[in-house]
Design a protein. Structure first.
Length: 212
């Protein structure tokens, strides 16, 4: 996407960074990376949404590993190399297009503990030319943080359970329908609306009793 963005005169390019390639690789392994891997497995492959996204996931993985997808996401060296290669490509293209002089480029370490939330907001507002008084840093708004390790671990556990238990879903559906029908029959019987016998059987039994 950044390759297309640099060609558009009014588009800003923001490259998000981590403290090091190793820090990013470790974070990716334990969060988004392994979740993305699971979305390429059943039962997600049965769903149109994930079928459509499968190639996107594969391309993303290819970029993140610089083409060395073997052992993903546990090939730490491949992830480090992928991060460093991606950053270098962006920086080289930015330098070629002279985006810094045009004030169209920003590198932002969103996970940095050296910069306060206010400093991060100020950098972002400056590159985006936000009007004075409207930057969140002026209202003490916390810088957003999503997909942290705890949240991703919870989602990963749910997704893993689905990949193992999905064959049971049809069985659960059948058992649920059977249970609902049994409950409905009991309710109907308690109100005299259902005897569990056909009309013919009722007529025969009634006739037999009358003859006696």
């Amino acid at each position: 996407m950044y390759k297309e963005a640099v060609e558009l005169p009014n588009v800003k390019v923001i490259l998000t960074l981590r403290d090091s390639a190793e820090a990013w690789a470790q974070s990716w392994q334990h969060t988004v990376g392994r979740n993305m891997e699971l979305f390429t497995k059943r039962p997600f492959t049965f769903l149109k949404l994930f079928k459509d996204l499968r190639e996107h996931f594969r391309h993303k993985i290819f970029v993140m590993t610089n083409g060395n997808t073997q052992g993903y996401p546990y090939n730490f060296d491949a992830l480090v190399n992928g991060y460093e290669t991606h950053v270098k490509r962006v920086r080289d293209l930015v330098a070629e297009k002279n985006l810094v002089a045009q004030r169209r480029y920003l590198e932002l370490n969103v996970a940095s503990k050296r910069d306060s939330d206010a400093v991060k907001w100020q950098k972002l507002c400056q590159i985006l030319e936000v009007e004075k008084g409207k930057c969140p840093s002026e209202n003490n708004v916390a810088f957003p943080r999503v997909n942290d390790r705890t949240d991703c671990h919870g989602r990963y556990a749910v997704i893993v359970c689905l990949t193992w238990t999905w064959p049971l879903i049809p069985l659960v559906f059948v058992v649920s329908i059977s249970y609902i029908l049994r409950v409905c029959r009991r309710i109907m019987c308690s109100h005299g609306l259902y005897s569990g016998r056909s009309k013919t059987e009722v007529d025969i039994n009634s006739k037999g009793k009358m003859e006696k």
